[in-house]
Write a new protein. Structure first.
Length: 502
């Protein structure tokens, strides 16, 4: 099967049991559109429960053979996966931009992080190692080994079509599990390319499976008795539902929810570097990131030092089709997202806030879903623009008189994904990182998303579960520990004499 994101109304296939397979139980199909132009790129089937069941049965059938593959051989498959993705890096990036809308530079960076996840997972022969201790009692040894969980499934969002599925897939299969992916029905094309690469690896049929679909497939994943672990990334309300329903059926669950990330600017911040960091965080991917900095908390004199330069730099940003190398901010994912974001800006204006930069009437193709970078100042702490996850290019500004007050503002949020501070004061950073209630902290960095070998460690309503995505938590999540306590009785012949009891 060839993948070209400009083939019009091509109906996508699922990938089940090592074969590209039409969705036999699909109830309908949805258009996949380019949010910059409104062009229909393909159609994605809304697969049914029978399609999911076929994928799960294929995954379960593949488990014994795949688990028996030596761990170093599984790692070598991941090395080959890395090379295959690298060979199609630009194609993947252009697919991300075409179906999701982010700028091509941002998409290239995302694909780079996707490949980085595979590189991290290649260390499985080391990171999957257990522990052993001799003589826990007289001539008794104890060891802990890691074994696969079983069939693992992931439900992923629209905003990172390349990277987020690979927060899970390479670690899961590297640990000896079989895997079922449900990509976002809004952006299914990039994973079609990724699975073409996976198909070329000649894995045992059923080790990796892709099922396109919507709510029926999601609910099926949560309830299917053949699925042992579920990974989810999406909004906080849905993350809570996923966690509760999947856990109720005895599955291992990690559910990453929404966010409302704050950026605190101290009076001693370096203005030009701070402005660059804030703009990249707030408006990168048109604000459609769970690590986007969407609330700027200015401390004391920082407001008047930073806001003029921030306004000037924001007004200079170019809004347009992300595939154009000159574009700074691409479209949001859909017309409905566009209207929702504009509604929040309207609400801020109605609440008496100051619209410093207004992106409601951003340019671009008339068929595109564009909201320009927007800065809203003079907001109260309890404004909906400060408390709600807008998921768009809207930066809300709140003023604080001290660092302690800024920390109070951050900690009042029900979310706890990421937070940043801009300052040259080591003591301020020490106080901030110690007291702030968020799982990922940036110091003079706008997006504090960790690299692959650290966990994506959200707190509070931004995460439900015990083990986070990627890093060492991934190996913990995708393996079960088994402890073996052993003593050997022998007559002393050969090597057995070491273990003989008197």
């Amino acid at each position: 099967m060839s993948t070209t994101v400009t083939q019009g109304t091509r109906l996508l296939d699922n990938y089940i049991g090592g074969q590209w397979t039409p969705a036999a139980a699909a109830t309908d199909a949805l258009d996949v559109t380019n949010p910059a132009t409104g062009e229909v790129l393909a159609r994605v089937p809304l697969s049914g429960s029978a399609d999911l069941d076929a994928a799960v049965r294929a995954a379960r059938a593949a488990l014994p053979e795949w688990r028996a593959v030596a761990v170093i051989e599984r790692a070598r498959k991941l090395f080959a996966l890395r090379e295959g993705l690298e060979a199609r890096r630009e194609e993947l990036a252009r697919s991300v931009t075409t179906e999701m809308g982010k700028t091509i530079a941002d998409a290239r960076a995302e694909v780079g992080r996707m490949i980085e996840m595979v590189e991290c997972a290649c260390a499985i022969p080391t990171t999957m190692q257990g522990r052993i201790i001799e003589d826990v009692a007289r001539n008794v040894d104890a060891e802990t080994v890691r074994q696969p969980v079983g069939v693992c499934a992931a439900i992923v969002p629209f905003n990172f079509p390349a990277m987020v599925p690979f927060w899970f897939l390479p670690f899961a299969i590297g640990c000896g599990n079989a895997f079922v992916l449900k990509p976002s029905e809004q952006v299914p094309l990039t994973q079609q390319i990724a699975f073409e690469v996976l198909d070329s690896l000649e894995l045992p049929p059923g080790v990796v499976n892709l099922v396109n679909g919507g709510r029926e497939v999601v609910e099926g994943i949560l309830e299917h008795p053949g699925i042992d672990a579920v990974s989810f990334v999406g909004s906080a309300p849905v993350a809570k539902i996923v966690y509760e329903r999947a856990a109720a059926t005895g599955k291992r669950v990690q559910a990453l929810g929404g966010a409302k990330n704050h950026m605190v600017v101290m009076p001693d911040a370096v203005v030009d570097k701070t402005v660059g960091g804030v703009i990249g965080s707030a408006f990168g991917a048109a604000g459609q990131r769970c690590m986007a900095g969407s609330v700027l908390v200015t401390v004391g004199a920082a407001h008047d030092r930073v806001l003029p330069a921030l306004r000037e730099a924001t007004e200079a940003l170019t809004v347009g089709d992300g595939i154009d190398e000159r574009t700074d901010v691409g479209p949001v994912v859909s017309p409905s997202a566009c209207e929702r974001i504009r509604g929040y800006i309207d609400r801020g204006e109605q609440e008496g806030a100051t619209i410093v930069v207004d992106g409601r009437d951003a340019g671009g193709n008339g068929d595109g879903s564009f909201v320009g970078p927007t800065i809203v100042d003079d907001l109260a702490r309890d404004s909906t623009l400060v408390t709600d996850e807008i998921f768009g290019p809207v930066l809300s500004v709140v003023r604080a008189e001290s660092l302690d007050e800024a920390i109070e503002i951050v900690n009042a949020s029900r979310f706890g994904n990421g937070v940043s501070i801009f300052t040259e004061s080591g003591s301020a950073v020490r106080h901030f990182r110690h007291d702030v209630e968020a799982g990922m902290v940036g110091v003079n960095i706008g997006v504090a998303a960790p690299v692959a070998f650290f966990p994506f460690s959200g707190w509070k309503d931004s995460f439900l579960g015990d083990l986070h995505a990627h890093g060492p938590d991934a190996v913990e999540f995708f393996t079960r520990k088994k402890t073996v306590t052993s003593r050997w009785f022998s007559s002393g012949q050969g090597h057995g004499q070491y273990f003989v009891e008197d």
